[in-house]
Design a protein around this ligand. Structure first.
Ligand code: DGY
Length: 323
């Protein structure tokens, strides 16, 4: 009998097809998350789990899953999984790095440019008929935004995605600053990037992009104090995790003009609604779609399958998190 895998959402077919050759596969097809109690019931007789970042995978799940040997997260981030507990129980945890790096870095840039150039606000103005109603063809002071070319970008978190954001910044002739746990001299040389302590990076950057994983250390890394250090003309972009920013401090910063704007793809709770934040014009908001391209999502599905197949063949999964 083949080992059993439960996939908690319908991921692209290419990954499911690969898995069907090696596993007995069950897919939770509903658009909504698998209810917790259903998950706890279904894991009872599975050997492997493919999980989404919106599911908390912890001791309670492991307790309910006596056969479980591997959890393959369909995301590069894995803050939804208690990796320490999994490791203690000898359960492998894998993620999906690399395959979504470019899509996510492109998206950081989409948010940065959309916020700097007020793209969404201008789109609303155009499509709502406001423009036509005004009866003015062009005005030299309409929708003035912030220059990007030649400015300074500060990237917090300089892993694969942070570096890919920096690579794109070179095309915009930008000065590149970065902050991360460790210095990366080779990348500094390749990208002409300069390491800066957090405070200096915040003070000097015109654009601050967050690309750090969520950990105890990065929880509310950007709060009132940090936002006050930023330039009043600066724009903050978050493609990491919502909890890296203290949202109430950010709302204050945006309302009171401590910073110029923010492009956010991630939130402290998801799904998210915040009337105060969402009523502001100087924010561009998207629903956690940084890696949402056909290519990246297929790459993620393939990598998830490769990890599980390697595990089944008694090999070390290629993107194991708990080494
Ligand atoms: C991830 O992979 O961690 C992203 O947040 C979703 O693609």
């Amino acid at each position: 009998m083949e080992p059993r895998v439960l996939i908690t959402r319908s991921i692209p077919e290419n990954g499911i097809e690969m898995l069907r050759k090696h596993f007995e596969v069950e897919v939770w097809e509903d658009e909504h998350e698998i209810p917790r109690e259903v998950l706890l019931r279904k894991v009872k007789n599975v050997d492997a789990l493919v999980t989404m970042l919106s599911e908390r995978i912890d001791a309670e799940v492991f307790d309910a899953a006596p056969r479980l040997r591997i959890v393959a997260n369909y995301a590069v981030g894995y803050d939804n999984i208690d990796v320490e507990e999994a490791t203690r129980r000898g359960i492998y945890v894998t993620n999906t790095p690399d395959v979504l790096t470019d899509a996510t870095a492109d998206f950081a840039w989409a948010l940065l440019l959309a916020t700097a150039r007020r793209l969404v606000e201008a789109d609303r103005f155009t499509r709502s008929g406001e423009w036509k109603k005004k009866g003015v063809a062009w005005h030299p002071r309409w929708f003035l935004g912030y220059d990007v070319y030649g400015k300074t970008i500060g990237i917090i978190g300089f892993g694969r995605i942070g570096q890919a954001v920096a690579r794109r910044a070179r095309g915009f002739g930008m000065k590149i600053l970065y902050n991360s746990r460790s210095r990366k001299p080779e990348v500094e040389r390749e990208l002409n990037a300069e390491f800066k302590p957090l405070e200096e990076l915040l003070k000097e950057s015109d654009f601050v992009v967050l690309a750090v994983p969520l950990t105890k250390e990065t929880y509310h890394l950007i709060g009132e104090r940090e936002l006050k250090l930023m330039k009043s003309t600066a724009i903050l972009v978050n493609i990491a995790r919502g909890k890296v920013i203290d949202t109430s401090a950010l709302v204050k910063a945006l309302k009171e003009g401590w910073i110029a704007g923010a492009g956010l793809d991630v939130y402290e709770e998801e799904p998210y609604y915040n009337k105060e934040l969402f009523s502001l014009n100087n924010v561009v908001l998207t629903p956690h779609i940084g890696s949402a391209t056909f290519g990246a999502r297929e790459g993620m599905a393939e990598l998830v399958a490769k990890n599980l197949i390697a595990f089944k063949n008694g090999e070390v999964p290629p993107t194991l998190v708990n080494r």
